[in-house]
Every structure is written in structure tokens, then in C-alpha cells.
Design a protein around this ligand. Structure first.
Ligand code: FMN
Length: 321
């Protein structure tokens, strides 16, 4: 099965079931449409002569060694619905592909066992109104041995799909609270859902190790921009000081390269992981990452990029904002 076939098969399998609704977006679904359309605004500068047929996609990020800059975005809910043992299939598939797992809400109660598969593992915590419960969750995931701790700063008003509010029990975090969270998190701390210069500056101020530039895959607010529309101001503010990751609509190796060209180190995939799992289990998840990485390598060579850690903006021809 090639990548398009896998996406098609996995998506259709999910849409036939009640959990298919999780693939939809908030309110008008503008964010979903924009997340895809944005990539078509850019073309590549080909430098075919002296191309390197075997460019390097390996990298070390915050203590984790990866074979690819393509990782999983935070998710839990639909994975266990798709298949029993879904989380383990995802963990093993990602490990085989040299990638990284990231769990979302609810926090799996078997994080320790997931970590024992050998996959690099991060776990997210929502800004629960019950702050004691949130602090307890932060303690639990660290005890389970995760590599990184993620905090969803963008879930302050909960999540919403189409017209239905899905998560209610959240409240926006303050800078002071994030500073307190920093004190109890010994692992690298990543703030997810940064979309402006102002929030990026606050992430730096509270001592986060990284940020995920993300519109939450269209599950929080309508009319949020795509990361490519805000990365310039964010990189200007915090680039080189903390690790910048991004997700939202990335589906092919070409999309990933466009993100990297904007100064991003790691790109997350949400729905593609679900499609791989729904289409072909553990192998499907592995093949999604391997296919995208293969597409990247093929393109990198012909653009004159030898190393994934050194992708520069001049590979893009097209809109610059
Ligand atoms: C079904 C589903 C569940 C998700 N659950 C969470 C979650 O629990 N926590 C979180 O931070 N993000 C969650 N997300 C958002 C993803 O982490 C990610 O930001 C988004 O899906 C990326 O866009 P993509 O699906 O177009 O790749 C979820 C996304 C989907 C599609």
C-alpha cells in the first residue's frame, strides 16, 4: 500500500465508525481546509547537479535520538477505539521507524509499559481546572519515565469538534502557573499550541525547553492560522534559544521540508498516524513514517540538502509570509 492508499483506506475505515467524527474540525472547519491549502503556496528550488542521493535524516533533540524529524502528535482517544492494543501498535510502529510517540488525553494508564517498548515517549497534560489534579498528572507521567512532558496551553477553553464542545474541564494557564509547573517538571518541558510572538516569549520566560507551533489540528478555535503563517515571528522571538516543533496538516515529505525550511526541528503528525493504524496496524504506522521520510530524502537530495539539521529557507520559492 502506498501512502495515498493508506490514507484513503484508514480514513474511510474511521469515517464508517462513530469515532470518525474525531477527524473533523471545529465549527466551519476553516482550519482544516487552511492546514492543507497552505502547503500549495510554496514550490522548491531544485539543485539537481551534484545532488546527494543519501541525505541524512537523523538528529538528537533534547536527549532523544531519532532517525527522522517526523514524530507523532499528541493523541490518545481514537487510538484505542481503532484497535485493542492500539497504543502498543503505535509505539512499536513508531519505534521501528525511528520516530517518537506522544500521548494526549486521556493520559494512558500504561505509559510505563509503552516506554518499555523502547520508543522515545512524551506525554501531554491538559490545563485542568482542577489544578491539583493537573499537578498530580504531571507527577504520574514523570514517574512513568517519559522523555518529555508536554503542556497544552491552547486547551484553556477546552476542545470542540464541529458544533460540539468535547472537553469542558479546562481553564487557561497563567505565566505564574507555568513557572510553578516548570519547578515540578524535571524533564524537558514542551508547551503545545503556541501561535504568536507573545506566547513564544512567555514560553521562553517560564523556562520551557521547547514549543509546538500548532493549531491543535482544528480542535480548539476556528480561524487559527497554520504554523507556516506565524513561524517567522516566533523564530525571530525564540529561534535558537528553545526547540521549535510544529504540526497541522503535514502529510507528505514535501510538507515536512517546508516546515523545516521555516526553522522547525520536528514535525508532528496527528491524523496520518490514525490512518496508518486503521489501515494496517503497527506496520501501517511504521510505513507512514518511513514513506514520508523516504519522500523527504528523495526531495532533499535534489534540492541540495545533505542534512536534515540544515534545511534553509532558500529551498522555497513562493510566498514568504
Ligand atoms: C483525534 C484527535 C485527538 C487529539 N487529541 C489530542 C490531545 O489529546 N492532546 C493534544 O494536545 N492534541 C490532540 N490532538 C491534536 C494533535 O496533537 C495535533 O495537534 C493535530 O492533530 C495535528 O494536525 P494533523 O492531524 O493535521 O496532523 C488530537 C488530534 C486528533 C485528530
Amino acid at each position: 500500500m502506498n501512502l495515498s492508499e493508506m490514507y484513503e483506506k484508514g480514513k474511510n475505515a474511521m469515517l464508517e465508525k462513530d469515532y470518525g467524527v474525531f477527524l473533523k474540525g471545529v465549527e466551519t472547519e476553516f482550519v482544516l481546509r487552511n492546514n492543507r491549502q497552505i502547503f500549495d503556496r510554496y514550490t522548491f528550488r531544485q539543485r539537481a547537479i551534484d545532488a546527494d542521493p543519501e541525505p541524512d535524516t537523523t538528529l538528537d533533540v533534547l536527549g532523544v535520538t531519532l532517525g527522522t524529524p517526523v514524530i507523532m502528535s499528541a493523541m490518545t482517544t481514537p487510538i484505542t477505539a481503532i484497535t485493542e492494543e492500539g497504543l502498543f501498535k503505535v509505539a512499536r510502529g513508531l519505534k521501528e521507524a525511528g520516530s517518537m510517540m506522544w500521548t494526549g488525553s486521556p493520559i494512558p494508564n500504561n505509559l510505563k509499559a509503552l516506554k518499555e517498548t523502547g520508543v522515545p515517549l512524551a506525554a501531554n497534560v491538559k490545563p485542568l481546572k482542577d489544578r491539583e489534579k493537573m499537578l498530580e498528572a504531571l507527577r504520574e507521567i514523570q514517574e512513568a519515565g517519559v522523555d518529555w512532558v508536554g503542556v497544552e496551553v491552547d486547551s484553556g477553553m477546552g476542545t470542540k469538534i464541529l458544533d460540539k464542545q468535547m472537553v469542558f474541564n479546562c481553564a487557561p494557564l497563567t505565566t505564574a502557573e507555568l513557572k510553578e509547573i516548570r519547578k515540578v517538571v524535571q524533564k524537558p518541558l514542551i508547551l503545545k499550541g503556541i501561535l504568536s510572538r507573545e506566547d513564544a516569549a512567555k514560553a521562553l520566560e517560564v523556562g520551557a525547553d521547547g514549543i509546538i507551533v500548532s493549531n491543535h489540528g482544528a480542535h480548539t478555535l476556528d480561524y487559527l492560522p497554520h504554523p507556516l503563517q506565524v513561524l517567522d515571528e516566533i523564530v525571530e522571538e525564540v529561534g535558537g534559544k528553545i526547540v521549535i516543533m510544529a504540526d497541522g496538516g503535514f502529510r507528505r515529505g514535501s510538507d515536512v521540508l517546508k516546515g523545516l525550511a521555516y526553522g522547525v526541528t520536528l514535525i508532528g503528525l496527528g491524523r496520518p498516524i490514525l490512518y496508518g493504524l486503521a489501515a494496517n496496524g503497527q506496520e501501517g504506522v511504521r510505513d507512514v513514517i518511513l514513506s514520508i521520510t523516504g519522500e523527504m530524502k528523495r526531495t532533499m537530495g535534489m534540492l541540495g540538502i545533505r542534512d536534515v539539521r540544515n534545511v534553509t529557507r532558500d529551498i522555497l520559492i513562493g510566498e514568504t509570509k
